[in-house]
Structures are given as C-alpha cells and as structure tokens.
Design a protein around this ligand. Structure first.
Ligand code: UD1
Ligand code: CA
Length: 426
C-alpha cells in the first residue's frame, strides 16, 4: 500500500479495559488469533498512514513487545497514568511537534473500521478544509457511547459522554466513533487547555469539538455509512459481536468471489484467509490465521485450519481434520480424522483416516517437519514421527508408526504380524 506522508496515526491502547475483567490488556484480546490493536494497525497501514504512534500504558510492556514484533513501522509511547483519552493523545505531542500533516486518532479497541472508510474520512477532512473532523455513526442503541450534539445549522457543536448526558441528550442516536482527523499544528494547544471537570474526572479527547468551535476552527463531522464499523469493544459480549461481524463480512466477500459457504452461520473463516473460486466450505469449519486455499477444494465439514497453511487446487480436507503450518499440493486428499502440522504434502497424496504427524517433542519443546512427496499413500491410523520424509509414491501400511524415512516407491510398515489362536474362545 502506498503511504501518504501527510498522514500519521495515533492509536490509543493504554487503557486497562476494566469491563473485560481480564489480566490481559484489552487491546491484546484477540479476534481470529490477532489482537484488537493489531487489526487497527493493519487498517492504518492499508489506509496509507505513514507512521503509527501507539499509546501504551496498562501492562504496556506486553503491548509494546507485540507491536515491535509484528508492526515494525509503529512506535510506542508510554502513558504512565491513564487519565483519559485526551491525555493519551497528548502523549504523542513531542513525536508530532513538527508534523504539518493530518493526524488520525483511533482507538485500539475498534477493530471493525475498514481502510476504505478511513480513506474516505481523510478525504472528507481535506475536502472540507477542516481542522477537526470527528467520525460518527447512527446507532439504534447508542448506549455507552459519547453523543454527537449538533446545533440548529446541523454543525457538530460538542460531544457529551453518556455519563455526562442530560436525559434529552441520551436520546440522541448519533454517536462518537472515537476517531478523529486533526490538523495537528492548528490544534496542538488544545492539550494545554484541556480540563477534567466531568463525571469521570478524566481528560476527554471529545472536548476538542467544543474547544475547536470556541477557537473558531473548522470542525466537521463525518457520518459513517456502515455503522457496525464503529463497534468499540469494552466487554466480552462486544468481543463476540465483533468476531461475528468480522466473520460474516468475510464470508460474504468470499461468496461474492465465487466460494460456496454451505452454512455461513456455522462457519468461521479469518479475514486473512484467501480462498479460490469453486471451493466449497462445508459447515462447522473453523479457519484461523493467515491461509491461502486454492480453487475447487472441498473443506470440511468439521475441518480446523489453525493458520499458515497453503492449500493448492482440488484438495480435499475432510471431517475432523486439523491442519497447521502446512503446504498441501494439488489433488491431495486428507479426508478424515487426521492431524497434519509442520508438513509439506505433495500432489496426489492420499492420507488415510486417523493419520497423525507427530511434530512436537514435549520434552525438548521442539517442532519438527514431515515431508510427504507426490503420490505417496498413507494407510489409516499411521503415525509419522517427525522429522521424517516419505519418497514419491511411497506406500505406508495401515497402523504403522514411521520413525525413519521411506524411499520412493517403497512400502513402509511397522505392523506386528497377526496371530490366530485356534479355539481360544471355547
Ligand atoms: C470513548 C469516547 C466516546 C466514544 C467511544 C467510542 C472519550 C472520552 N470517549 O469512550 O465518546 O463514543 O470511545 O468507542 O474519548 N485509553 C488510553 N488512555 C486513557 C484512556 C483510554 O489509551 O487514559 C484508550 C483505551 O485503551 C481505548 C480507547 O482509549 O482503546 C478508548 O477508551 P475507552 O475507555 O474504551 O473509552 P470509551 O468509554 O469507550
Ligand atoms: Ca471503548
């Protein structure tokens, strides 16, 4: 994605997330294996933000560690005490002091916003020559959010937090999405004048609207078309809601692209999973993390992909099959009750029911690879103890425990001979 040197983002991620009732900082709670703050950062990156400044605080070392590993273009700034959203944004003051572009402020707990919406938001801010633009949405149930108060000319005059609302203000259903576009040089004095005289004794970022109006700055409001992008996660129930929304959004996209999802309400597929045309995903399939699945595959029912899988075309991953960090070439069948992890599986391979790649040594904690070359056929109930390699067209007898490599076209078997004891039952 092309970055725009005139746009930087500040992401608020210092709060504890009291309402989550968790040891873990809220922004590290995950949807499809990816922390909330990481979804927000990916969206910023896709919207072209030049640099992301993440404000960390509560258990900040955990958040910083995750960010430095996974988002190398982002920097973390510490907010030692969490004194409110306005105070949090002010932590970026020295980093942004000389910056003449527009600063996008986002919350680390709103993972559903899309890059397309952020781009439209930024364009709207520029086209309006605004100094402050706030993103809002119209919600049927605005409870919990700050309300956007407009004057008789429909201009945004202030934002009032639910806890500070009058009874009349509580009936307003235009809410603050917690996202702002700021002409930094024009507004940077706001933080020196910000007060905490409200019901929570916090320094509210939302006060910038009233402040901007009083200073004669151009303040505008951008109403998001798709209100579900504004969902801010404060509780476990909202985390589940965000998961469902993100999932359904991706399933609809996949269906538009030619993938059959037999029963969307019983299927979960991470947005970081690509699937090719004419692949069919049967019910109760769960696909987590980043994966690439080809065309004309059959996945499920009851398949579990845990991430980092590449599956070529015409592959069958059947019921009760778990796959992790594996590459599967075309026309291969893994039809029933198998675990394939840390494996390279060739083309035209048949993996019989109940085959297990034993990839993990629980004493050394090491993971090892299994390589299965083209055309190999593995009998049911086989254990492949990694590291191990099966040659092209190798044939493994059912019930074998394979600890050594098997050559091309060879039969590998470790089965003990069958005995028959005559008249034993009598
Ligand atoms: C905030 C807005 C509210 C808006 C809602 C949208 C304020 C005062 N209120 O409320 O108008 O409708 O978001 O979701 O801005 N944070 C810090 N440091 C702090 C406080 C918060 O980094 O000192 C971070 C939190 O980690 C979180 C984000 O800021 O990611 C928002 O804070 P939160 O407490 O969730 O605000 P809301 O009450 O949801
Ligand atoms: Ca929130």
């Amino acid at each position: 994605m092309k970055t725009n040197e005139n746009v930087k983002a500040v992401i608020l991620a210092a709060g504890k997330g009291t309402r989550m009732k968790s040891e873990k900082p809220k922004v590290l709670h995950e949807i499809f294996n990816k922390p909330l703050v990481s979804w927000v950062l990916s969206v910023c990156e896709n919207a072209g933000s030049f640099e992301n400044i993440v404000i960390v605080g509560h258990r900040g070392e955990m958040v910083s560690e995750f960010i430095s590993k996974n988002h190398p273009k982002s920097v973390c700034v510490e907010q030692k005490e969490q004194l409110g959203t306005g105070h949090a944004v002010s932590m970026a003051k020295s980093a942004l002091d000389a910056f003449s572009g527009c600063v996008l402020v986002l919350c680390g707990d709103t993972p559903l916003v899309t890059a397309e919406s952020l781009k439209k938001f930024i364009n709207f801010h520029y086209e309006n020559n605004a100094d402050v633009t706030v993103m809002s949405a119209i919600l049927e149930n605005p409870s919990g959010y700050g309300r956007v108060v407009r004057d008789s000319k429909d201009n945004v005059s202030e934002i009032v937090e639910q806890k500070d609302c009058t009874e009349v203000q509580k009936t307003i259903n235009e809410i603050n999405a917690g996202m702002y576009c700021l002409n930094w040089q024009k507004i940077k004095n706001f933080f020196n004048e910000l007060k905490n005289n409200n019901s929570q004794n916090e320094y509210y970022m939302t006060d910038i609207i009233k402040w901007g109006n009083e200073k004669g700055l151009k303040v505008s409001g951008y109403i998001l078309e798709n209100a579900d992008e504004t969902l801010g996660i404060n509780s476990r129930a909202q985390l589940a809601e965000a998961f469902n929304t993100m999932n359904l959004r991706h399933l609809n996209k996949l269906m538009d692209e030619g993938v059959t999802i037999v029963s969307p309400e019983n299927t979960q597929i991470s947005p970081e999973t690509e699937i090719g045309e004419d692949t069919i995903v049967f019910p109760n399939t769960f696909i987590n993390g980043k994966n690439k699945i080809g065309k004309n595959c059959k996945i499920g029912p009851f398949a579990h992909l845990r991430g980092d899988c590449v599956i070529e075309d015409f592959v069958k991953i059947g019921n009760f099959v778990e796959l992790k960090k594996s590459y599967v070439k075309s026309h291969t069948n893994i039809s029933h009750l198998s675990y394939v992890g840390d494996a390279k599986v060739g083309a035209n391979v048949n993996i019989g029911a109940g085959t297990i790649t034993a990839n993990y040594n629980s004493i050394t904690k090491e993971k090892k690879q299994t390589i299965i070359n083209d055309g190999a056929s593995i009998g049911s109930n086989t254990v492949l103890v990694a590291p191990v390699e099966l040659g092209e067209n190798a044939f493994i007898a059912a019930g074998s425990v394979i600890t050594k490599d098997v050559g091309a076209n060879a039969l590998g078997l470790t089965r003990s001979p069958q005995r028959e004891i005559k008249d034993y039952v009598k």
